[in-house]
Structure formats: C-alpha cells, structure tokens
Design a protein. Structure first.
Length: 387
C-alpha cells in the first residue's frame, strides 16, 4: 500500500534516531503512544507516517532494539508481520489487531491485553501523554512495568522541524492559500455556510489534503461571525453579510497549518476594518517577540498587556501555538507553557476578540529563524476581502 504524499525514508530514520536518543537518556526499553484520530494524534503519525482514523485506537510501541509493534482495529487473533517493502508499514515488524471500540465499554481493555503481550521482556516503559490513554491501560502498565512519562523529553525535539518538514510546510501554506482563493470565488448570496465549508473541503482534497476542519458562520455586518463547526453551519448568506473563515487542514506529509480571514459580500463597515487592523497589529506585536529562547508565558503576558493598552480584553483562548503532525502541538503561547521557542519551530499566530458586533481575527503561520519569526508562510493578503 502507498499513503498519500509519504514522508521520505530518510526523514523517518531521523525521527527514529531522535526517539532512540530519548530512550537512551531515560533508560527505556520501549516508547508507547496511542491515538484515535489524526487531528491531534500526531505522535502516531510522526513515528509511522500513518494516522489513526475514525475514533479507532491505534497503539504504537517503539522498541530500542527491534522494529515497532502496532495494535489497531482488526479481526480477533490478528498477529502478522508486514511485508518488508510495504511503504505503509515502514519500521513495523508486528501488527496486532482486535475489534475494540471506545463506545463499547467491555472492549476497551482488549487493546491493553495485546499491548501487554507485545511488551514481554521489557522492564522500563516510556509513555507519550499517558494521561490521555485509557485508564485501564495505564493502570496495567503501572502495575507491570516501571512506567515513565517521556513526553517532556521528546516534545522539544519533535517541535523543531527538519528541512524536509519545512519544505512540506511551505507547500501546505500554498495549498491553503489556493483553498481560500477558490472559496472567495465560490461565495455568493444564496449559498449556505455549509456549502462554503463543503467547497473548501473539496478543494483541499483535490489539492492533496486528507483531513482537517473549516470553521465559520456568516452574519449580517454588525453581528459577530464566529468560528463554529458543521452542525451550526445552516445559515444562507445574503448580500452585505460577512463571514470569518478558518481553514485548518493538513497537506503533504500530513502536516497541519491554518489560515483565517474575513470576507464581506459587499463593503466592510468602519468597525470591521478597524478591528481587523488592530488584530493585524497584535499579530505583528507577538511576532516581534518570537525569537529562539523566548518564553511563551512572557509572550502571552506581553500580548495581554498590548490588548489592554488598546482597550481590548486579555486573551482567554489559545491564540498562538505550534503545528506539525498535530493540528495543535507544543509550544503553546500561554502562561502555562514551559517549552521555550527554538529555531525551526512552526507556529500559528491568531489573535482575536469578540465584542458582539464582530469577531475580529487573523491567522497565519510562521517559522522561527535564528533572528526571530520568518516572513509569513501564507501569501494571502492580510485584509478584509470585499467580494
């Protein structure tokens, strides 16, 4: 089997070498991760280049001295060795399967039973975000092994992108620019918010995206156009309406970026224009602080100070964060983040506020260079689009 836009063998070897360094530092026999979807399930994707999907658990065991074991949805008794030249199973020596579902309580522990079998002979196990794994799995691992949380050791290394990843990131920014441009051509009175998202998704798929979300609701000028998902995207757009849109889809290599702009079917009023200009200034202010070694908590505090100095509310959302195999990954730009910025990281920066009349927002991606934030990765003009 062949996945869409696979990562190169050399990049996979680079990632595995990083993992082995982490394991040597922590004295681990194996490193464990699990995901159930591919929006925020990037450890599984980062190690195997294959995501989890559809809410089905995919558990990966990375060993210090032998190929990986993958446990995933399958028939009872599945225990096979993939073909050595199968690109969908690079680095995987054993595949175990069981039909388990997180919605069926008595099946949840089936994966744990297979995992314990796969870990025979191991003593010290590292887990990635163990608090997000099933309780029964962590309980069994804690009782049978010396279990270590390896997340903080791997995360800073995973967050720094390789030259291959950076090249893919630039392609994804271009892909998202194309999606936005085609959405602008598509929007007109009479289409629903759902139609807009459907079109954006179709364009993204045509251009090579596999997954992601498109958020936004239209509203008359003078009412906030907020980022909400498909169940709420029922309104029919009319002349004079505006719509904020967030295109947060992946692209080549399964990496995520995101872009947000606001469009108007007609002319924007002064309030919409002025508040967008403020958010562009807020984005520029944050970018001026994003340098290698900078502390996210200090950047977040400075952003709140800037917002309040301009008569705006302090941030209560997540307004800037890392991206890669995860739609949201570390470092987060907020007060509880401990990971400093480093050269090679990729971050989305999307300040915003909602005053009831407008949800003022802008979103783009940037790389951290030796001297600070790069030029914007997206080429889409930073303006309100009057269509």
């Amino acid at each position: 089997m062949q996945t869409n836009s696979p990562i190169s063998d050399a990049e996979m070897e680079r990632r595995w070498a990083i993992a082995r360094r982490v394991m040597a530092e922590l004295g681990l026999d194996a490193l464990l991760m699990q995901a159930r979807e591919d929006w925020i399930g990037g450890y599984v994707r980062w190690f195997t280049d294959v995501p989890a999907n559809n809410g089905y658990p995919r558990t990966v065991v990375f060993f210090a001295d032998r190929p990986m074991t993958v446990i995933e949805m399958g028939a009872f008794g599945t225990d096979r060795a993939p073909e050595a030249d199968d690109p969908a199973w690079r680095g995987v020596g054993r595949v175990l399967g069981t039909p388990s579902f997180h919605s069926i309580v008595y099946t949840v522990d089936y994966d744990t039973a297979l995992l314990l079998d796969a870990l025979k002979g191991c003593k010290r196990i590292g887990a990635l975000v163990p608090s997000a794994m099933p309780y029964g799995m962590i309980k069994a691992l804690s009782e049978g092994f010396d279990l270590v949380d390896a997340t903080d050791t791997l995360d800073p290394l995973k967050a720094v992108k390789s030259p291959e990843e950076i090249a893919l990131i630039r392609q994804i920014a271009h892909l998202q620019d194309q999606v936005f441009a085609e959405v602008c051509d598509f929007i007109r009175p009479g289409v629903t918010d759902r139609d807009v998202s459907n079109h954006a998704e179709a364009v993204g798929r045509r251009l090579g995206s596999d997954q992601g979300i498109t958020l936004g609701l239209s509203a008359p000028v003078g009412q906030s156009s907020r980022f909400l998902n498909r169940p709420f995207q029922t309104r029919e757009m009319q002349a004079g309406d505006h719509r904020a849109i967030l295109i947060e889809i992946n692209g080549p290599g399964g990496l995520y970026l995101e872009i947000a702009r606001t469009m108007v079917l007609g002319r924007a009023d002064d309030h919409l224009l002025s508040t967008f200009a403020l958010m562009k200034e807020a984005q520029d202010h944050t970018l001026s602080l994003m340098k290698p070694g900078a502390r996210p908590a200090e950047i977040a505090g400075a952003h709140d100070d800037w917002m309040q100095a301009h008569g705006l509310p302090p941030e209560t959302r997540l307004y800037a964060h890392g991206q890669g195999c995860e739609m949201v990954e570390r470092p987060l730009i907020r007060r509880d983040e401990t990971m400093p910025l480093a050269e090679g990281m990729c971050l989305a920066v999307h300040p915003g506020f909602d005053d009831g009349r407008v949800f003022a927002v802008i979103c783009d991606n940037y790389l951290i260079g030796a001297q600070g934030a790069s030029d914007c990765l997206h080429a889409t003009e930073k303006k309100i689009f009057e269509l």
